[in-house]
Ligand binder design. Sequence first.
Ligand code: NAD
Length: 468
Amino acid sequence: MPTRPTLHAIEPDICFIDNVKKLNASYRTTKTQSLDWRKNQLLALKRMLEDNQEALLEALKADLGKCETEAMVAEQGFLLSDIDHTLKHLDKWVKPRKVSTPMVAWPGKSFQQPESLGTVLIIGAWNYPLQLLLAPYIAALAAGNCAVLKPSELSAQTSALVAKLIPQYMDVSCVEVIEGGKEEATALLACKWDHIFYTGGEVVGKIVMSAAARYLTPVTLELGGKSPCFVDKNTNLKVTARRIVWGKWMNAGQTCVAPDYIIVEKGFEQPLIDAIRKELKKQYGKSALASPDYGNIINKRHLSRLRSYLDNVNVVYGGEFDEERPAMVPTLVLEPGLDSAIMQEEIFGPILPIVTVPSLDDGIAFVNNGAKPLALYAFSDSDEVLDRIISATSSGSVCTNDTMLFMTNPELPFGGVGNSGMGSYHGRAGFDTFSHLKTVMKRSFALDVPFRYAPFSKFKLSLLKKFL
Ligand code: NAD
């Protein structure tokens, strides 16, 4: 009877070990070390995104009802500028990073040499199904790795299209797209990788990390959580409301860095609610369900999860939904119980709770009492207030007087802290995530001072002390 190769104790029904072996063999040819190969692959990916723009936008529309502008800005366009940024800086990123050398090691040179890791696994999420799968791939390619891409099964159209296009444009000896859900992901996680990059929820993040522990594989976990948004009463209310609406209801609130809830000083909640309502009508019309710019909820299961958050809370705006589409209008909830599901779980949808606090310090204490968020927002006219919030809280990122815009800066590493994730990417941070920064000290045979060699003496020791 033929036996399957086993690298792990519990054998899943599907096995991808041969796929990984094939990629490992390509990696060992050293072709991915060539800077020309990397640049050509990045250009091929760029061509793939440009040639198939229409089909990609259609797939995103089918999966999430994503309008063209959002799809261009946050998916296709985001990736194109990521590729351009990477191509512009890659020559610099691959260079050795020099550091000084202590006198005891003179003459000598010290530096860190970025080297690729090998074959990496990238597991994407459904909410930005193109961006979250291909942005880590751009970084992995730039750093000279082979990769398996596992798109989310929930965004099925985008997953199928990427699986069809990648082999048409890319060097298939160095990349493979493996579609599927939990079963396939479990089988992939049972293989030995040189890095695992996972985007998604915390529960699966723990599964990924424990699977990685089997081979001591390093992981990047891009998770989520409840991202708070402070609004000080001294703020430009109109612009604040406009930017909150933009960041919260893009992709119908299904964004890992969307404001999850608002913290406002007691007495200022009503002017804020009025300003947000006004802005919602301006951006999405009387009913967002009729707006061509407003997205869907990924599936009925998620819609019913979101609807359950509205049980026993004070809905002050919205709440309507369309079961078939499925979709839910922008919804505001005032003063939910702090132990209610809506304040305990990440909402990841179009509901925005508003929590009032007696003072800014109470708001900070509330945030610090929970898990460290992925993003934190603060709106105020006062730099003192903003600086206090920045220094008194911990989160993956902070953006003041705006929401989500920090994501557009490739010079800013993106990632979580604590329960919102570990590791980071975007720009050089992504290149570094998929590289090993190898420490190198280069010495010459000149000047072989003998005082570090035995037999030792008091005189040698005093010299050593001086030089060290
Ligand atoms: P999801 O359901 O798409 O799952 C993510 C990936 O995990 C998918 O590819 C899926 O197939 C795989 N998966 C599912 N079950 C698995 C299992 N048992 N073992 C191994 N893999 C499995 O996405 P989700 O979890 O619903 O995503 C929502 C969460 O992701 C939210 O918490 C959100 O904040 C977070 N998120 C974070 C970022 C970020 O960049 N930090 C981006 C998007 C989403």
